[in-house]
Design a protein around this ligand. Structure first.
Ligand code: BTN
Length: 245
């Protein structure tokens, strides 16, 4: 498989662009990157802020083989790909916060937004949007509960955005290939090794019923496993998010 790469100086949201105007189904993985996003979107209706030169901002459109199952666990795979790319660059202490935030020392370094394009009877395509903080302005990101960080705080010589993009795409391609062949099961162990909240008390926010328990990892579909007083519960990622209890 090869990539097609389009780089826009400015764009509203790379996810929105690919969703509104999907590129042809020509066997390529289509990647859209931008230097500046003016209406970046996060999970759960939040805004993803951008500043010129402050980060790597891109989305990739993935199409699955006809008849492939609905891609459960896909957004966790994207987080793992970012984690591996950062580790290759020498970043230490990379952790994953379910479903798909990438943390360093508890602070958010990257966010991921996966959105599906319905496939009219076929497997949906996935738009995988990734934002990685490279060099944030000092007043950035006050909204995240435990704070945000950037690569300039993790590495003496942070990579350029093109170098980082190349590494993340290579990892995404490798892991999505494994995922397409064997599902999330094949990557579950690697994800759990980096689970920021493993065995810690957590609460789920964003659902009518507030759920608390001990984080017991993820299952073979990428659902969160929560040991509650009422027994083991499975939480799907849809519109919820996780906090330390
Ligand atoms: C989150 O942490 O809530 C997810 C943030 C995802 C941000 C990326 S940046 C590229 C792509 N385009 C968007 O509008 N959002 C994603």
């Amino acid at each position: 498989t090869s990539f097609s790469l389009v780089l826009l100086p400015e764009c509203d949201s790379t996810n929105s662009r690919l969703l509104a105007d999907p590129p042809p189904d020509d066997g390529l993985i289509h990647v859209l990157a931008t230097d500046l996003q003016t209406a970046g979107r996060g999970r759960r209706g939040r805004v993803w802020q951008s500043w010129p030169g402050a980060g790597l901002t891109f989305s990739a459109l993935w199409r699955f083989a006809p008849g492939a199952p609905v891609p459960a666990g896909l957004s966790l795979v994207a987080g793992l790909a970012v984690a591996r790319a950062l580790e290759e660059l020498g970043v230490e202490g990379v952790q994953l916060k379910w479903p798909n935030d990438v943390l360093i020392h508890g602070k958010k370094l990257a966010g991921i937004l996966v959105e599906l394009i319905p496939g009219r009877g076929r497997t949906p395509a996935a738009v995988v949007g990734i934002g990685i903080n490279l060099h944030l302005p000092p007043d950035a990101g006050v909204e995240y509960p435990t704070g945000v960080t950037d690569l300039a705080h993790c590495l003496a010589v942070p990579p350029g955005s093109n170098q980082l993009l190349g590494r993340v795409l290579a990892q995404l391609y490798r892991l999505f290939d494994l995922y397409a062949a064997a599902g999330f099961t094949a990557l579950r162990g690697a994800w759990q090794q980096r689970n920021a909240f493993a065995d810690l008390p957590v609460r789920i926010v964003g659902e009518a019923e507030e759920l608390t328990g001990i984080c017991a990892g993820v299952d073979e579909d990428g659902a969160l496993l929560l040991q509650t007083q009422g027994g083991l519960r499975r939480v799907l990622s849809g519109e919820v998010s996780l906090r330390l209890a």
